[in-house]
Write a protein that binds this ligand. Sequence first.
Ligand SMILES: Cc1cc2nc3c(=O)[nH]c(=O)nc-3n(C[C@H](O)[C@H](O)[C@H](O)COP(=O)(O)O)c2cc1C
Length: 397
Amino acid sequence: MSGGAVDSAAFRQALGHHPTGVALISSTDADGEPVGMIVGTFTSVSLDPPLVGFLPARDSASFAAIRKSGRFTVNILAHDQEDICRALSRPADQRFEGLAWSPSGNGAPVLPDVVCSIDCSLEACTPAGDHYFVTGSVESLEIHRPVAPLLFFQGGFGGFVPGAFIAPSDAIVAEGVQTVQHIRDGMQRLAHAANGEVTVYAKVADHAVAVATVAGPDVPTSTILGSKWPLTPPFGEVFLIGAPEAEVEQWMNRARSAGEELLRTSRERLDHARKHGWAGSYAGDTRDTLLFPALTEYGVDGVTPAKQREIQAMFRAAGEDLRPVDLEPERQYQGASLVVPIRDRHGRCELMLRLCRIPPVSGSRIEVLADELCRLTREAERSVGGSPDPRILVSSP
Ligand SMILES: Cc1cc2nc3c(=O)[nH]c(=O)nc-3n(C[C@H](O)[C@H](O)[C@H](O)COP(=O)(O)O)c2cc1C
């Protein structure tokens, strides 16, 4: 222990509770060979002028080479680059062995698939205890892959999960698969009759995960099992039927943060779903070509705040198309999608049934299909001992 009452183990342990990002600081040495070190101390320092910083140990040989070159590139590692981080933590002379990289604008290594890279000239190197506080003047920067970054926390690596709670996902998915066994024939019949696709989704944390899907003869199945999309308002309202008030409030808060227009659409969709016991969406083109692919990608790459803003902008652009409508019996509707909650024995909705990819049909045909879907749902509920709340049963058209 030195310089005070804090011993280094306690210092490390307490500070390990503060999460950090993980970055590679790279450069080349006098022979043009790549040099670099992994740091958890990378930070932005100043906007005007643009400065960034990191804190290398004073005895780091890699930093000595970086300092000598007078320039460096910051590589922000992505959540799926833990292996690369470990490779870059090998002894300095083996660090880049077998790793692909390309030279950045200033000649320093940029790794493939990093979140972003920042080229800097070394501005200042100030002693700070057994480390230096190094600042770099930013010369150029590039976002390569706007996905969740790699994080270091309590001695381990992980990713970023936004204000979500973690649900017992295995149990819910298993229950979904069991439920499907009881209604598979019915799903098949409905998919054929509607010439569409019938899919069961399980609610896992704040995502919908596809657990079973069947398609009519002319429909290429395009929902991939296991694919998931976030329950971002105004989507996901049927899962809120029978949900505790706190969960509804959480969804509404997200809608509120998306602005007045999306808040109104979300509220209308939730009211419609509560009143009818099912939800319908008729914005086929926008929904299937734009929103769903973006949402599914979001489900795969992780829910980054940047992606969330991008999707909210898409929702705003879809505007009126997402508002619930009162069906006109004679009118033709293109790209209808109908969703019905499947309630468990506590009246909670952790599963839902969705009919989509149907050809253009009249409003009265949609009512019939919705009724069929609701019948199938009640069959599923009976199979798991669900006790549907009579207030939210759909009335026959
Ligand atoms: C997640 C993580 C964060 C790190 N952060 C720093 C840091 O901020 N400063 C530092 O000097 N070393 C840090 N290290 C250790 C260095 O990567 C490595 O030990 C150092 O480069 C070894 O020095 P050398 O390159 O001279 O051999 C970190 C290592 C890991 C795995």
